[in-house]
Design a binder for this molecule. Structure first.
Ligand code: PMP
Length: 459
């Protein structure tokens, strides 16, 4: 079989890329002057670039390649499904076996009560869908006045208009002259940066109390839902204090406000639980899913709807929402192959009992002597490392983002993918990573963080 993609030199690819391709979240002028890194293949937890460098992927792509690269089972599932039924819609009184089987499998994997699933192509579309579900639910319940959705500053919910409005990233809001209406934000539960002199527990309760204040300010009859990532991913792998989620749940229930968990990063085993809200011990009404649903092999997102929300929706007539590719059969077949590896291959269980605790412990041991690392947040195979000017007083750098980028440059040079978000360094490797691969990942992270600390005269 001839290769469908022309083989070229790195500089040819870079020139063509600069000539024709606009990258997401990039300063294209600067990138085109520098030239993009060209990734050409991957296997397991490793990537190779067009110069032959072997790179360890500490980010599972963009937090999504949970089963690692090069899984034959997923390729076979796509191939077979493409020949059998590559596409059909599920709009007009029609369905197909892959989406039926996937929905059944998801209902087995999801916590009790999550028996219904609506499909889309991405996390952003999933959160758009979540808003539609929430509004339709309240209309069905005879409370159409419940319109406001409360989310958090520095939360990330995607890049569509609704996703970006829900998110609390100022730099995204600045590029949006108009936003989706009825979305308001409260502060994030980021103790290291914003907790002041409070204990983490007291700060967690204070942040949750902001939700209650906002509901009272808007009037409970006007508030439809609260949405949050169980732990903030793109915002810096921020783990809220333990007191936070139980209080949020109590407040949502007290004021009849739906609790929507954005599980796009946390879902499908990242923390060692199937879904991150299970780690934090709360019970959402909806879950937004994407990324690990197909391990990124093919785009797919979904909204899992608890039966207490789904039933009124089912009973209330037309739901006027859908996408050409809602329930795409090839994506569904790939998702099933992926979920079977995660479940029947014991991958999620292994993260919980073995590789997750090993990774967390190794990282803490390796970085204990580095004064630049002020906090390590994480569980399972996800971690956020706070860069700090002074550990004891939790003093942050005035130009923290620059220091994060400095560290990331060292990672580039050392063939490690570790992400920088402002002054936090992030790791979220494939869930199939072995102990020896974790050793390599942690060694490289330690080395790059030490080089950064030395640059700053701290080591
Ligand atoms: N929600 C969360 C929590 C995310 O992390 C992301 C993507 N990083 C999204 C939603 C958006 O997903 P997508 O990029 O697939 O639209």
């Amino acid at each position: 079989m001839t290769h469908p993609i022309a083989q070229r030199t790195t500089s040819e690819w870079q020139q063509l890329d600069a000539a024709h391709h606009i990258h997401p979240f990039s300063d294209m002028g600067a990138l085109n002057r520098l030239g993009s890194r060209v990734i050409t293949r991957a296997q397991g937890v490793y990537l190779w670039d067009s110069d032959g460098n072997k790179i360890i992927d500490g980010m599972a792509g963009l937090w999504c390649v949970n089963v690692g690269y090069g899984r034959q089972e997923l390729a076979d599932a796509a191939y077979r499904q493409m020949l059998e039924l590559p596409y059909y819609n599920t709009f007009f009184k029609t369905t197909h076996p892959p989406i039926i089987e996937l929905s059944k499998l998801l209902s087995e994997i999801a916590p009790p009560g999550f028996e219904h699933f609506f499909y889309c192509n991405s996390g952003s579309e999933g959160n758009d869908t979540t808003l539609r579900v929430v509004y339709q639910y309240w209309a069905a319940m005879g409370k159409p006045g419940k319109k406001y959705v409360i989310s958090r500053k520095n939360g990330y919910h995607g890049s569509t208009m609704a996703g970006a409005t829900l998110g609390g990233m100022d730099y995204m809001h600045e590029q949006m002259p108009s936003k989706v209406e009825h979305i308001v934000h409260i502060n994030q539960p980021y103790w290291f940066g914003e907790g002041g002199t409070l204990t983490p527990e007291a700060f967690g309760r204070q942040c949750a109390a902001e939700l209650e204040q906002k509901i009272l300010e808007l009037g409970a009859d006007n508030v439809a839902a609260f949405i949050g990532e169980p732990f903030q991913g793109a915002g810096g792998v921020i783990f809220p204090p333990e007191s936070y989620w139980p209080e949020i749940q109590r407040i949502c229930r007290q004021y009849d406000v739906l609790l929507c968990a954005d599980e796009v990063i946390g879902g499908f085993g990242r923390t060692g639980e199937w879904f991150a809200h299970q780690h934090f011990g709360f019970e959402p009404d909806t879950m937004t899913l994407a990324k690990g649903l197909t391990s990124g092999y093919i785009p797919m997102g979904a909204v899992a709807i608890h039966k207490r929300i789904a039933q009124p929706l089912i009973d209330c007539g037309d739901f006027n929402h859908g996408l050409t590719y809602s329930g795409h059969p090839v994506a569904a077949a790939v998702a099933m192959a992926n979920l079977r590896i995660l479940r029947d291959g014991g991958v999620v269980a292994q993260v919980k009992t073995d590789t997750g605790p090993y990774f967390q412990q190794s990282l803490r041991q390796a970085l204990a002597d580095n004064p630049l690392v002020g906090e390590i947040a994480g569980q399972g195979l996800v971690a956020g490392m706070q860069l700090t000017a002074d550990k004891a007083s939790r003093k942050r750098f005035a130009n923290g983002g620059e220091i994060g980028l400095k560290c990331r440059d060292y990672c580039f040079k050392n063939n490690l993918i570790m992400r920088a978000t402002g002054d936090r360094m992030l790791l979220s490797p494939p869930l199939v990573m072995t102990r020896s691969e974790i050793d390599e990942l942690v060694d490289k992270a330690k080395h790059c963080l030490a080089l950064t600390a030395k640059d700053l005269g701290m080591m």
